[in-house]
Design a protein around this ligand. Structure first.
Ligand code: CP
Length: 311
């Protein structure tokens, strides 16, 4: 594997290898080794055309913990605002000797273009492209699910994961459906018909339009952010009605099995898709997802550019 653009780039064995490596890195860092020399002398570029808090910071931290030199490039404040193209930006990074480029872009397909046009020789990691994919988010979500619900297993056979809300605009949902189903989980997608993409019935998941009856079946429930910034029309009558039908509140959370965990990729709209009480409640693993993001991204960088994939 040279690039990570989509979860479809990963075989099941490769995905499990990333999760196993993350588990080992977690143990090493838990035992006090905060920094490893694995990527000393390598240059990792964070190329962000779209805002990010968790993904950008955790990739930066992950690369630094592996001793790489890290450059963070934000489109705002760069020559992109003078009209520089993605190609010329790629050629510039190639000239500077980037070994890996982590790209977030508002356009679906931008990471694929960087990886497969020959503009740059670096490894390309997709940190979220438009509404298409966010593969490292799916990997950190799978890692979080494994730690809580399948700590001694490599596959997710027998587990049911609910993904709820604005599926239409969610790259997190697309990547999670692909990865979790490949690992053997049953995935149930729930949301209003207006927020389901065309062709969703072809995806490896079950589609439902009503949340309440599904709750007792779920081992994990992943609430999606309502992405109002990507909506150029009215997809539901009002925020209040959306919350009433699809929001996770205390009453709904009490209908989940006792062992079930509540997840959200962030950033959250508290009071819309999830109440503050549930987001901060005892079932929530939302801050653990953030912490696991650093470990999983360390594993991806190690396997992709540290040569770990060829051990
Ligand atoms: N989950 C996620 O991608 O968050 P950021 O947009 O803050 O990176």
């Amino acid at each position: 594997m040279k690039h990570l653009v989509s979860v479809a780039d990963l075989t099941k064995t490769e995905a499990i290898r990333i999760l196993d490596t993350a588990m080992q890195l977690d143990q090493v860092t838990e035992h006090g080794a905060k920094k490893l020399p694995t990527l000393r002398g390598r240059t990792v570029v964070n190329l962000f055309y779209e805002d990010s808090t968790r993904t950008r910071l955790s990739f930066e931290l992950a690369a630094k913990r592996l001793s790489a030199d890290v450059i963070t490039f934000s489109a705002k404040g760069s020559s992109v605002s003078k009209g520089e193209s993605l190609k010329d930006t790629a050629l510039t990074l190639q000239a500077m000797g980037a070994d890996a480029v982590i790209i977030r872009h508002f356009a679906s397909g931008a990471a694929h273009q960087m990886a497969h046009t020959g503009w740059i020789k670096a490894h390309i990691i997709n940190a979220g492209d438009g509404t298409h994919e966010h593969p490292t988010q799916a990997l950190l979500d799978a890692y979080t699910i494994r730690r809580h619900l399948a700590p001694h297993r490599q596959d997710f056979e027998g587990l049911t994961v609910g993904i709820v809300g604005d599926v239409l605009h969610s790259r997190v949902a697309r990547s999670n459906i692909g990865l979790l189903s490949a690992l053997g989980a049953k995935v149930i997608v729930v949301g209003p018909p207006t927020l389901m993409p065309v062709g969703v019935e072809e995806w490896p998941c079950e589609i439902r339009y009503q949340l309440d009856d599904s709750l007792p079946e779920l081992d994990a429930i992943m609430m999606l952010r309502v992405q109002q910034e990507r909506m150029n029309g009215s997809f539901f009558p009002s925020v209040e009605e959306y919350s009433r039908e699809y929001g996770l509140n205390r009453i709904r959370a009490s209908r989940l099995p006792d062992h079930a965990v509540v997840m959200h990729p962030g950033p959250m709209n508290r009071g819309v898709e999830i109440t503050a009480e549930v987001a901060d409640g005892h079932r929530s693993v939302i801050t653990e997802q953030v912490a696991n993001g650093v470990i999983v991204r360390m594993a991806v960088l190690y396997l992709l550019i540290g040569g770990g994939a060829h051990d």
